[in-house]
Design a protein around this ligand. Sequence first.
Ligand SMILES: CSC[C@H]1O[C@H](OP(=O)(O)O)[C@H](O)[C@@H]1O
Ligand SMILES: Nc1ncnc2[nH]cnc12
Length: 290
Amino acid sequence: MDRMIGIIGGSGVYEISGLQDARWQRVETPWGAPSDEVLTGILNGVRMAFLPRHGRGHVHTPTTVPYRANIAAMKKLGVTDLVAVSAVGSLKEAYAPGDFLIVDQYIDRTFAREKTFFEPGLVGHVSVAHPTCARLSAACVAAARTQGMTVHEGGTYVAMEGPQFSTLAESRLYRSWGADVIGMTGMPEAKLAREAELCYACVAMITDYDCWHPDHDAVDVAQVVATAMKNADKARGLVAALPGLLAGPAVDCTEGCGHALDSAIMTAPAKRDPEVIARCMPVMGRVLKG
Ligand SMILES: CSC[C@H]1O[C@H](OP(=O)(O)O)[C@H](O)[C@@H]1O
Ligand SMILES: Nc1ncnc2[nH]cnc12
């Protein structure tokens, strides 16, 4: 099998263009339906799957996005390399609206979401010390450079519950922690991708200065949408450059993403719940089979 690229599109990115044999298809998972149908097709010889995170027309709040179904749908379609595109606020002067940042760390402040595929009857713990795939992230940086984009390599994303934007005190607190950008959807997406043994990278599109910057108005949806629209073509250019950088057979990722579950499962085989095993098979089949 060859590598397959999955794209989860964030606010302002509800489709990708240029796919051969493009079709929107329904995918069902044990965790229900994903945010929308998935657009599949071929781009420059590489199989692609695109899913708008909030659904076409933006129907899901950051809390109600069906994160488990989204990751499971990508896995089920055969995706090996999953790139998330996310609109974010900047927490640093040097990261200006219109710039892109390839995230490599997260602070997870979300609290009202299902964050794991594991459940009683099948308990496991994966490492998220390095929550993104360095190989895939490097490809995203290279793809951004082919488009002449201003791209920052590595940075910490604060995932907040939302849907309200931050208070000034919160924004200042996150800055004091040294975080770089803030958004509402990066978690639990990255954690679930790790449990599903997918390579995951996050292309953060900076749309605003949140509310801490003395020279800029506090963020509102109009600002986010205007900057996202202005930069959507750049994001699409980055996506179009990925197949040329990632094409090839689906050999094990050098970063070990495809083996995240090797020593993760704690529940003794005799104590595992067959129903839970059946449910988790589409995402953890590699270690649950046999
Ligand atoms: C439209 S402003 C807030 C909204 O935008 C970001 O979405 P995404 O991460 O899917 O690009 C942010 O996380 C919020 O969900
Ligand atoms: N300032 C901000 N806070 C949270 N999510 C965002 N998405 C885009 N800008 C944001």
